[in-house]
Design a protein around this ligand. Structure first.
Ligand code: NAD
Length: 332
């Protein structure tokens, strides 16, 4: 009888949040879905979509983990069922880097995927918070913004480029530094998510006292971390596991903010927070509607300031490339 009541409770429980993962059968999508199944609040719903036929199987597999998160999986060419009623969409669809490739080399493969999926989001779940993992993030987010704008549903507060992997990496590298003894450390990473556009601000680590050379090498280490993984995986893909963790962390922050928690802080590539670039990754405060506030990231060390100044033309070029592509495709 207890078991029956338990089941009844479960099925009658009001759904508190629906998360859709697009690209759910991929290298990031699968571990991300696993982490979400384990860590989303009870009563959440997790909808997986990927054209790969195995996607329903991934959902069935995850559904055998005993948490009160309901999982469904959808394959084929239409993501609408996964998106219906979604509060949060995590978009990790598209191809990843192989050795020798820059993130920008993925543009021609992934841009069309973003247009198609975001058009579906605009139609099916226009109020959802959409977080883009697909690379090159610096161009894919502007494309998504243009698609949403064309559909008449763009709200910059609800669109994010996921740069939290850079933050996670910076935190991880900080743990190698003697003066840091716990993993509660937070290191702002600003700019964008490709090569030189990634600028970690290690000078803001409270216990770190770095000279210019140390800051230069720490910046280079975070900037090169993705390529380090791509080369070590030797053609079998790019970062997937630390990325899944970073996306989980970001998604749980969105969930907490949507459920009413105040002052949830994150880092993401968003529109409207910077004087010198239309989109910029910086600290943000999240609220129920998405970005509640974009925060300043000062003070920065002169070495970091120089790195930001140097990368701005690259960042702006990648942003413009996305806007131009979208306007061309959408015939604006
Ligand atoms: P992957 O190739 O392992 O998986 C991608 C998945 O996308 C595949 O399962 C594929 O079937 C699916 N897919 C293809 N077209 C689709 C569509 N139209 N709709 C839905 N799904 C579709 O790649 P991955 O390693 O999971 O990487 C995914 C993306 O994330 C890549 O673009 C990669 O560069 C990017 N990435 C971003 C970060 C970041 O920090 N933002 C870090 C690592 C990787």
């Amino acid at each position: 009888i207890t078991v029956l009541f338990g089941l009844t409770d479960f099925w009658n429980m009001e759904r508190i949040m629906k998360i859709a993962v697009l690209g759910a059968a991929g290298g990031i999508g699968q571990p991300l879905s696993l982490l979400l199944k384990m860590q989303l609040p009870a009563g959440s719903e997790l909808a997986l979509y990927d054209p790969a036929p195995m996607t329903r199987g991934v959902a069935v597999d995850l559904s055998h983990i005993p948490t009160r998160v309901k999982v469904s999986g959808y394959a084929g060419s239409d993501p609408s069922a996964a998106l219906a009623g979604a509060d949060i969409v995590l978009l990790a669809a598209g191809i990843a880097r192989k050795p020798g490739m820059e993130r920008s080399d993925l543009f021609k493969f992934n841009a069309g995927i973003i247009v198609d999926l975001v058009q579906h989001c605009a139609r099916v779940c226009p109020q959802a918070l959409v977080a883009i993992i697909t690379n090159p993030v610096n161009s894919m987010v502007p494309i998504a913004a243009e698609v949403l704008r064309k559909a008449g549903v763009y709200d910059p507060r609800r669109l994010f480029g996921l740069t939290s992997l850079d933050v996670v990496r910076a935190e991880s590298f900080a743990l190698d530094v003697e003066s840091v003894t716990n993993h509660e450390v937070t290191i702002p990473v600003v700019g964008g998510h490709s090569g030189v556009t990634i600028v970690p601000l290690f000078s803001q680590l409270s216990r770190g006292q770095y000279d210019a050379d140390e800051l230069t090498s720490l910046i280079a280490r975070v900037q090169g971390a993705g390529t380090e993984v791509v080369e070590a995986k030797a053609g079998a893909g790019s970062a997937t596991l630390a990325m899944a963790y970073a996306a989980l962390r970001f998604c749980l922050s969105l969930v907490r903010a949507k459920l009413g928690e105040a002052n949830v802080r994150e880092y993401a590539f968003v529109e409207g927070g910077h004087a010198d670039a239309k989109f910029f990754s910086q600290p943000i405060v999240l609220g129920a509607e998405g970005v509640a506030q974009v925060l300043d990231y000062q003070p920065v060390h002169p070495v970091e300031q120089a790195a930001i100044a140097r990368m701005l033309p690259v960042l702006n070029k990648e942003i413009q490339q996305g806007i131009d592509y979208a306007r061309h495709v959408l015939q604006d």
